[in-house]
Design a binder for this molecule. Structure first.
Ligand SMILES: O=C(O)CCC(=O)C(=O)O
Ligand SMILES: [Fe+2]
Length: 338
């Protein structure tokens, strides 16, 4: 396997009670998020068995008949709780991603109720457990990053504790090779919130843009999650942590022999589950004073987290993800020339 394009961080070392081990891993974490904005995470809290169960739920959900999925369809009004397909919900289907998704949020939030499939309690229990445990892991990562800039480790916790985060189960259906001339699976973008925790199946396709602007494969590594910095965290850290563009393209084609004996190439289906950390909707995200210096001025104005996410979603729905132009440039302060 090609060597990973970004470092592997060991979660069990990050939360080790041995302060020397934990400090080493925190240094590596901060440096990786500073340089690339992405890491592979091993030693995380999910067992292989639990992840197998989650993936079997995902397969079963997207295999359900269309009318079953339509009964739990979500959209902008339901804050994308439930099943949805961008070709149906996007205002411009021409630029919509080739995928289906099932979104869920904090199950204890009555203002944004989840749309659970009926008579399937294990699905609800396991997805809720996934949501909660990702929340706890993301807290540990946030604490480590906060310490690294010289602040008390709990500084950011009150601004995320409302659990306004979001989980997306993702299904990219099998398609013909030709259809990729017009569409990708997920067009280039950055994520909106704090940190994204991504779990993939074995089918590749995720690519991350490096400093030279080139797209690099980020192949799945069994047992490892992929974690990336999203826009609001980059703002909090005044861009000392990078929110890096990524996309999902067609993986290597597979050959299928059809019933009549002819041979065709297809892009295999792909499944993933992404947990998107978001600050509390009403949190004001302003670059931390500890990340500003005379030779490193403030790069962003303050924004209200919920408003920022809504604006980003609206832009996504209106324009789709524009491959040539995608950056978190809203409200970015003019940085005076040195
Ligand atoms: O499917 C993936 O691997 C990543 C999807 C992604 O980047 C996103 O949904 O924000
Ligand atoms: Fe993403």
């Amino acid at each position: 396997m090609a060597s990973p394009i970004f470092p592997v961080i060991d979660y069990s070392r990050l939360v080790s009670t041995d302060s020397v081990i934990a400090a080493e891993e925190k240094d590596k974490l901060f440096q990786s998020f500073h340089d690339v904005g992405f890491i592979y995470l091993k030693g995380h809290i999910f067992t292989d068995d639990f992840m197998k169960t989650i993936f079997s739920h995902i397969h079963k959900l997207f295999d359900l008949p269309e009318e079953y999925k339509l009964a739990i369809e979500g959209d902008e009004k339901s804050a994308f709780r439930g099943w949805f397909a961008p070709v149906r919900t996007a205002r411009n289907p021409e630029t919509a991603d080739q995928k289906e998704a099932f979104g869920l949020g904090n199950d204890a939030d009555p203002t944004r109720p989840n749309r659970w499939p009926k008579e399937w309690p294990e699905f609800r229990d396991d997805c809720s457990r996934f949501f909660e445990e990702c929340f706890q892991m993301h807290l540990e990562i946030l604490r480590a990053l906060t310490e690294k800039v010289g602040l008390p480790r709990e500084t950011l916790v009150p601004s995320v504790q409302a659990k306004d985060s979001y989980t997306a189960l993702l299904y990219y259906p099998e398609t013909t090779v030709e259809s990729f001339d017009q569409r990708v699976r997920s067009a280039p973008h950055t994520d909106f919130g704090t940190l994204t925790l991504l779990f993939n199946d074995s089918i590749g396709g995720l690519q991350v843009r490096n400093k030279q602007g080139e797209w690099c494969d980020a192949p799945p590594i069994p047992g490892h999650a992929i974690v990336n910095v999203a826009d609001l965290l980059a703002r909090w850290f005044n861009n000392r942590l990078k929110s890096t563009e990524h996309r999902v393209v067609a993986p290597a084609a597979e050959t299928r022999v059809l019933a009549d004996g002819s041979v065709t190439n297809v892009v295999p289906a792909r499944y993933a589950i992404a947990w998107f950390g978001h600050p509390n909707r009403d949190a004001v995200i302003k670059p931390l004073a500890e990340c500003i210096a005379d030779d490193y001025p403030q790069q962003y104005e303050a924004v209200i987290a919920g408003k920022h996410v809504k604006e980003r979603m609206a832009r996504l729905l209106d324009e789709g993800k524009l491959p040539e132009k995608w950056s978190d440039d809203m409200h970015r302060k003019e940085v005076p020339a040195a």
